[in-house]
Design a protein around this ligand. Structure first.
Ligand SMILES: NC(=O)c1ccc[n+]([C@@H]2O[C@H](COP(=O)([O-])OP(=O)(O)OC[C@H]3O[C@@H](n4cnc5c(N)ncnc54)[C@H](O)[C@@H]3O)[C@@H](O)[C@H]2O)c1
Length: 441
């Protein structure tokens, strides 16, 4: 009896999959002059920042948050984003100047991944609480520096792992905790990105390991966090293989980006950004300031990340996982199974498919020597399977949730990133990589 439900409370909170103790991001400290609304600033005002953590917050949480500053290295994008968010705070291209002038109490970090750590650390050193988009960091040095800064300043980091808050993912957690399949022995997890969504990572900065840490980190951090949380366990060792088989140098032709490309008519990956007014304003209208093409060519020669990835991961509770991530598929979604001592929890998630699907997620509980039972799920609308809305409410509305749904902390951010960093290192160094060789917790 050693699945996550049966661990003692003390053992359970030690693992990455557990939640931070209540993180009082919105509790006020009058002795610090904190007023009724927390002073909120953002660095990185692209799509994610201006939407999920910008316009949506300004519209729905104005009673608890006051936007005091926005910062981005692109002077045009930060102004365009401010207009799109409908907020009335100053815009900056210098982070320190923003902090000096606007004195934020809470910072949202939504920059390119490689720069998360520098802003997280600067904010913590100024006594500012931090929310950061995933991945928290892209390498082990950044990881150590962020964890050290949090400890040194006694502040809090929340890593906004929205996937945990999709009701289907909560349901999986609850079935595992119920003990129905007993101790989890192994996990089969295959994530599929289709030729539209997958290709999008190869158009932009994500195509470079130095910017996004490769999809092992940028994308798989979501999946590794889910697994750590579902299992209530830490990753211990990773062995991986990967290749670049479709994008980058594999293309027969290439351009800088799609708009001026002479191969539009014969390229299956042609993306017409001119049909998206928001992206035209936020990216095409600002590209002369930094050369960032939102419709970049997926066949650029400099692409150094992988589109085909496989890993074997060992966990602290003895479970193992066979994981794969493929980024040029005709289907979008995942196959997942937990193989337990008493049975199997079997999940097929259908996001966009080239055929009509009746149900997005199909979950079956299959007992050894027993029957198959379908697990029904509530129908929830909203971004990332309903996870985005629930996460925002949890942060800003102090809704009551069971312990296992509390906000993910820096340890969860670290353990999920480190799984991907270990996988990347394993591919590069052709050896199994232990998490403990990369970090002091
Ligand atoms: N949780 C999710 O489901 C989810 C979804 C999308 C994106 N994200 C995360 O959100 C973040 C932003 O993603 P995005 O899609 O908006 O990317 P984006 O490229 O659209 O936006 C990134 C912004 O950061 C700015 N920037 C780059 N370097 C900077 C620096 N050194 N200092 C300040 N600003 C800098 C860019 O100019 C750009 O405006 C990423 O970390 C990404 O992983 C999370």
């Amino acid at each position: 009896m050693s699945d996550s439900q049966n661990l003692s409370r003390r053992e359970f909170v030690k693992t990455a999959g557990s939640a931070a103790a209540a993180v009082p991001l919105l509790s006020l400290n009058p002795s610090l002059g904190q007023t009724a609304r927390r002073r909120y600033a953002m660095v990185g005002t692209g799509d994610r920042g201006s939407g999920m953590w910008g316009r949506a917050l300004a519209e729905r949480y104005a009673d608890v948050l006051e936007f005091v500053g926005l910062c981005d290295i692109n002077p045009k994008r930060v102004v365009a984003a401010k207009e799109m968010m409908g907020v009335n705070c100053p815009a900056f291209t210098n982070f320190d100047e923003m902090c000096e002038k606007t004195k934020p109490e809470l910072l949202m970090v939504t920059t390119v991944d490689a720069f998360h750590s520098q802003y997280i650390i600067k904010a913590l050193d100024r006594g500012i609480d931090v929310m950061t988009e995933k991945p928290m960091v892209i390498d082990e040095k950044q990881c150590q520096a962020v964890l050290d800064a949090e400890k040194r300043n006694n502040r809090k980091i929340i890593v906004t792992f929205n996937y945990r808050y999709a009701p289907k993912h909560q349901k999986i957690k609850e079935v595992l905790m119920s003990g129905e399949i007993g101790r989890v022995l192994s996990v089969d997890f295959s994530w599929y990105l289709d030729v539209y969504h997958g290709a999008d990572y190869f158009r932009r900065w994500h195509r470079l390991k130095s910017k996004g840490g490769s999809l092992w980190v940028h994308k798989a951090t979501h999946h590794f966090d889910l697994i750590n949380w579902w299992l209530g366990a830490d990753p211990v060792e990773v062995s991986a293989n990967a290749g670049l088989n479709v994008y980058g140098k594999n293309g027969a032709f290439r351009s800088t980006n799609c708009r001026p490309c002479t191969h539009k008519s014969n390229c299956s990956f042609y993306y017409d950004i001119t049909k998206n007014p928001t992206r035209m304003k936020l990216y095409a209208g600002c590209e002369d300031a930094d050369g960032y093409h939102r419709d970049g060519c997926v066949f650029k020669e400099d692409i150094d990340i992988y589109d085909t990835m496989n890993a074997l991961v060992k966990y602290s509770n003895g479970a193992t996982m066979s994981y794969s991530l493929n980024a040029a598929m005709p289907i979008e979604g995942y196959r997942l199974a937990f193989n337990g001592e008493k049975g199997r929890l079997d999940i097929r998630d259908y996001e966009r498919q080239p055929w009509q699907v009746e149900e997005e997620t199909v979950i079956h509980l299959i007992k050894n020597f027993g029957k198959r039972e379908a697990i029904t799920l509530p129908k929830i609308a909203g971004g990332h399977g309903g996870g985005d809305d629930r996460l925002r409410d949890l942060i800003f509305r102090k809704i009551q949730v069971p312990d296992y749904m509390r906000l993910p902390d820096s340890r969860a951010g670290a353990m999920s990133c480190l799984t991907g960093i270990a996988a990347r290192t394993s591919v590069e160094q052709k050896r199994p990589v232990k998490i403990a060789e990369m970090i002091r917790l």
